[in-house]
Every structure is written in C-alpha cells, then in structure tokens.
Design a protein around this ligand. Structure first.
Ligand SMILES: Cc1ncc(COP(=O)(O)O)c(C=O)c1O
Length: 387
C-alpha cells in the first residue's frame, strides 16, 4: 500500500491523504480527500438498479488494485499484470492463450475477423444474437460476411438439428459457406445446455467450422450450474468474456483461444485500435472482479435473489414470460394484469427502485442489489399484484 493511502472494503469511512512536494518552495502540500466524495466509493448507487447489470459500479478494492498495478505496455505484451490475467483466464477456460480487449463488442469482432479469413464466408447464429443486433453491423462492416440468423425450433436455444438445417456446407460460386458458428451463452439470460453445445461443437469440428462463443455473461451461466468454465470453454475455438456487467469491473473483455489464433487476433485487435498501453489499469480490477464476485459467491447470491423474486411474483398470481435461469427475471405484465408504466412509476416514486429501460420486461439482478432494495421489490410486487 502506498504511504498515506488507506483503502478497504467498507466504503465511506476512509481517508485518502495525498502528499506532494512543491518544486517552488520545497513545502509539502497535504491534501485530505474524504473517500466518500469520490465516485469509487459509491457502488451503493447501483443497489436499487434492476435495469441492467452493466450499471454495476467499480469498487474501492478495484481502485486499490489499480493503484498497485504494473504500468507497462500492454500492446507489446510487456505488462506483467495483463499477461498474468491473460494466462489466468485462458487457464480457467481450458485454453492456451488470451488477449485483453477494451470491450465485449471488440472481443466478438476481433474473434470473428480473425476466424473468417478471406470471403466467401458466413456466420451462423441465433436470431437474437448480440453480434447480429447490437454491434453496429460489425459482421458485415468489419468482416464483410453474411450472417445467417436462425430461429431455434425449440424457441429457447440452438440445437444441432437447427445448425444442420441452416448451415451452408456447399461451396459453389453461389455460396457463402458457414465458416463460423457463433453461440451466445447465456442468451439473454437463457442457458445453452452443455450437451447441445458439445453436439454442435463435435459436428462443427468434423467439418472445419470455427466455434465462437459470445460469453459476455458466461460467468452467470457457470454460477447457475450450466457446466464449468473449462467444460464450456473446450467446445469453442474462440471465446469472448466481459469483466464488466455482473462482474462489475470498470472495463475490459478478453478473447480466449489457441496460441496461433490469439497471435493472429493481435492483428485484428490492432486493426480495430484495441491495443492499450498501460493495460494493467484494465487487467488489475478485472482480476479482483473474477475472484471476488464469481469465486467469492456473490454472483450466485444475486441469482438466488432473482429466483426468490420470480417465485414471489408467481405465488402472488403473476405470470412470467419464461422461467428464470440466470440473473434475469422476465415479467409478463399483460398476462399478469399489471399496467407496466404504472408499475415503473410506483417503483420509482414509492420504493425508489429503477426498473424498465430498453428491455422493460426484464429485471436484471447483480451483486450490488442490496437486501433493502430486494425487500422493496417484494413489497412492490405485493402491491402491484394485490387482488
Ligand atoms: C451478450 C453480449 N455480448 C456482447 C456485449 C458487448 O459488450 P460491450 O458493451 O462491452 O461492448 C454485450 C453487452 O451488453 C452483451 O450483452
């Protein structure tokens, strides 16, 4: 710990004392900053926010990790904190190598650009895929590829039968052969069963088709018991994971794969401007996030709250659009006879809760939701569903 700096898990009570020598008069300027006045001390601001887990706030232990980090060049593989994190995450997923990137979108696009090579080619993915709808058209703009989006026959997740039906294996002058199968797990809170992933992976690998996973929230699937990171990781040739969202780091994602894939992915990262200099600033808090939130059991505890909320909603006569599987609860307002706008107004004005957002049916749980906010949510449910 640097002299004069006191940081701890408890938030508001600490004092940050900065001492700086003045060149001019050699006097020492001591400035005392109450930590409660800096944004890092305010992760409790997200304690009432059910709109998305990307509202999680970085914490003081993450700031402490940033203070302690190495500050060498990440773009040239010189930063020990970044290299350690890359090795750590690659190992967790049963792979050889990994590459830090600033965002999940870049992680997906770096992976796809690296996997695709020269056209003609196409990507097969679920019709709801993030790469399809929320990445600014990256697959066409950056990769020049055709995206074949598939509606799963079971209305839940892609299976081998879906993939076999829609993959392009023919390779005449008319075709864009399927070069990548891009899965997402969880898919908007829904878990892809490991056995289905394995079946698709075996089939794809026999045909030389690259398997990519958008695992922005893969940690949530693992916390929910959908398989280990390694079991899932081994089914894919590239994986993108985010350190933000439910893990709560300030930024950063990682692409994971074989050594030669990651070596080529560095070119794609460079092309997209994603190499960073003092990358330890990203890597250090990301490590805190994995160890504290995932392995510290906090993600699972947040999912338990999600489960209790979904049970209460149905016990009170409410309907769900679907069953809770990870940290998301999907409320069927219409089917429950609840006016959605009135519900949000009540939540805000009487209970101080933030609900709604671009996907209004969805309540997202994360580890910073406080017990107090959870109790208020239960009270809101009782009031809204009172007969
Ligand atoms: C499934 C999925 N993939 C990728 C991303 C992109 O992550 P980022 O916002 O870091 O670019 C998101 C973001 O919400 C996501 O939900």
């Amino acid at each position: 710990m640097a002299p004069g700096i006191t940081l701890d898990n408890a938030v508001e009570d600490f004092v940050f004392t900065k001492t700086a020598g003045s060149e001019k008069n050699h006097a020492t300027v001591t400035e005392t900053l109450d930590l409660s006045s800096i944004a890092w001390a305010h992760c409790r601001e997200s304690s009432n926010n059910f709109i998305s887990d990307f509202y999680t706030k970085p914490t003081l232990p993450m700031l402490e990790a940033i203070i302690r980090t190495t500050l060498d060049d990440g773009d040239n593989d010189e930063d020990a904190t970044t290299n350690d994190l890359q090795d750590y995450v690659a190992g967790l997923l049963g792979h050889e190598s990994a590459l830090l990137v600033p965002t999940g979108t870049m992680g997906n696009q770096v992976s796809l650009r690296t996997a695709l090579g020269n056209p003609p080619h196409s990507i097969l993915c679920d019709y709801r895929g993030h790469i399809m709808h929320f990445e600014g058209g990256g697959p066409s703009g950056i990769c020049g590829t055709l995206v074949r989006s598939v509606v799963p026959a079971n209305e839940h997740h892609l299976t081998l039968a879906d993939v076999q039906r829609f993959a392009t294996l023919r390779n005449t002058m008319y075709d864009c052969p399927t070069r990548v199968i891009a899965l997402e797990n969880p898919m908007e809170g829904r878990i892809l069963p490991l056995s289905d992933i394995q079946a698709i992976s075996n089939w794809a690998r026999e045909r030389g088709i690259h398997m990519h996973l958008d695992g922005a929230r893969l940690w949530e699937a693992v916390a929910a018991g959908a398989g280990s990171l390694e079991e899932i990781g081994k089914c894919f040739d590239s994986i993108q994971v985010c350190f933000t969202k439910g893990l709560g780091a300030p930024l950063g994602s990682m692409v994971i794969g074989k050594k030669d894939f990651i070596a080529r992915a560095k070119w794609s990262r460079k092309l997209l401007g994603g190499g960073t200099r003092a990358s330890g600033v990203i890597a250090a808090p990301a490590r805190v996030a994995i160890d504290d939130v995932l392995f510290g059991g906090k993600m699972k505890a947040a999912q338990d709250k999600a489960q209790r909320a979904s049970e209460l909603w149905t016990e009170l006569g409410g309907k769900l659009l679907e069953r809770r599987e990870t940290n998301m609860v999907w409320l069927d307002y219409e089917g429950s006879g609840v006016d959605m706008e009135g519900f949000f107004k009540l939540a805000k004005e009487e209970y101080g809760l933030k609900l709604g957002g671009v996907i209004p049916e969805r309540l997202v749980f994360h580890y910073q939701i406080s017990d107090e906010s959870f109790e208020k949510l239960c009270a809101l449910f009782r009031r809204a569903l009172a007969k």
